[in-house]
Write a protein that binds this ligand. Structure first.
Ligand code: HEM
Length: 405
């Protein structure tokens, strides 16, 4: 149990229940003490201000290659067990720097244009309506497990062209980086089975291309443009990056609206605020709270000097609540003009490739829930959060409602 009378001095406090309930208060305390600091317990630099996070996210002196340094630090016997997952991770665009990052991201550019995303809106709305209707007459819904998770899973699977009858392989996905550390044999096996699916889908799409990401990626790669390992790793990245981030964001968004009934009513009355509300909800309580980089050289930031090979944690959740950027940051305001400038999708060259898609899913989920209900309330306000300091993931979110006529 944390001593609440002591001023917290490490980001690791996020593992304590009182800060899980409100990490933004912890960020405030840490930021006011020092907006940039070396965290002895986490062995990383911690960056808490919006402006510094945005600047460092674009700074080429920071590297995204976090897999190799992690692997290098481990004893040889542990390293061996991590190889299968490490191989896939190190071929993902997310863990690469230019020029390789640019080439790998280029494989998927066409699949994520605004036009391509908008073409998915109809099927997303259709899916979320079907999921909601299945629970309509009961007047109860677990927003996370009954609606958001199956929605995000099917959207990612539709995008990739993942066969309907093999989607069970995607259920219960957590995070590959997490699995990398725990070295669960079941996950290594799951990744291998997903690779078999990828190989079958890719072979079929090479023969007969369709309007999915896999076909577009293969067309972009051409005959010698990318290795099979690279293509698979980035196929896997979509599963890893697109599913749980979005489903938990939807749950966090519904929770935030229910805890701020004035904003919920405003959104019911003025559905034209949906796009602005989605951005504010992303700012207010993101499913992703931080990302990390490795310094490649000396980097001066304010009075501090980050040294080569030192890890840097960019706390986007803190940047999103920095009063220097967002006035009265603890207030949910779905009309907030700068909400779009949140950092929840990252910033700079690694800006979330699926941001447009995630926003469509969030809007579709909120619109369906609001249109389908006359009243909406939390079944309990005793929220259960998953054990993670980086991801802000609920275990469930039970709501009760009276259906709309
Ligand atoms: C609300 C949901 C989401 C959140 C909060 C989120 C958050 C993020 C963040 C913070 C990054 C940057 C990480 C860094 O700089 O280290 C990122 C990158 C990425 N995201 Fe998302 N994401 C979401 C949804 C999605 C979806 C739906 C997809 C795809 C279907 C996706 C695909 C990606 C990819 C491929 C990258 C890597 C981009 C690169 O390295 O160039 N994300 N995301």
């Amino acid at each position: 149990m944390t001593d609440l009378t002591a001023t917290p001095s490490t980001l690791l406090e996020l593992s304590q229940p009182e800060w899980v309930r409100d990490p933004y208060e912890l960020y405030r305390i840490l930021r006011e003490r020092s907006p940039v600091y070396w965290d002895d317990i986490m062995a990383t630099w911690v960056v808490l201000r919006h402006a510094d996070i945005a600047a460092l996210s674009r700074d080429p002196r920071l590297s995204e290659d976090r897999v190799t340094p992690l692997l290098d630090r481990l004893p040889a016997d542990r390293r061996a067990g991590m190889r299968p997952l490490a191989g896939a991770l190190s071929d993902m665009m997310l863990f690469n720097n230019p020029p390789r990052h640019t080439r790998l991201r280029g494989l998927m550019r066409q699949a994520f244009t605004r036009k391509a995303m908008e073409e998915m809106r109809g099927s997303i709305e259709h899916r979320v309506t079907r999921l909601f209707r299945a629970h309509r007459d009961r007047g109860r819904l677990d927003v996370l497990n009954d609606l958001a998770e199956p929605l995000a899973l099917d959207v990612v699977a539709d995008l990739l062209g993942f066969p309907e009858d093999e989607r069970h392989l995607l259920i219960g996905w957590t995070s590959l980086l997490h699995e990398f550390f725990v070295q669960s044999p079941a996950e290594v096996q799951r990744v291998q089975r997903i690779r078999e699916v990828y190989e079958r889908v890719a072979a079929a799409r090479r023969r007969s291309p369709q309007a999915d990401l896999t076909s577009r990626m293969l067309a972009e790669a051409g005959p010698d443009g990318a290795t099979e390992d690279e293509l698979f790793a980035n196929f896997l990245l979509i599963i890893d990056a697109g599913q749980v981030t979005t489903s938990h964001l939807i749950a966090n968004a519904v929770r935030a609206l229910l805890l701020n009934p004035g904003q919920l009513h405003l959104l019911r009355d003025r559905p034209e605020l949906l796009a602005s509300a989605a951005n504010e909800l992303m700012r207010y309580d993101s499913s992703v709270q931080f990302t990390t980089r490795m310094a490649t050289t000396d980097i001066e930031i304010g009075d501090y000097l980050i040294g080569p090979d030192e890890p840097v944690t960019l706390v986007v959740g803190s940047g999103n609540h920095d009063p220097a950027k967002f006035a009265d940051p603890g207030r949910l305001d779905i009309t907030r003009p700068q909400a779009k400038e949140h950092l929840s999708f990252g910033f700079g060259p690694h800006y979330c490739l699926g941001a447009g898609l995630a926003l469509i899913e969030i809007q579709a989920a909120l619109a369906t829930i609001l249109a389908g209900t006359r009243t909406l309330s939390l079944v309990t306000s005793d929220f259960r959060w998953k054990d993670s300091i980086n991801f802000r993931f609920l275990s469930d979110l039970h709501v009760a409602f009276e259906p709309a006529e």
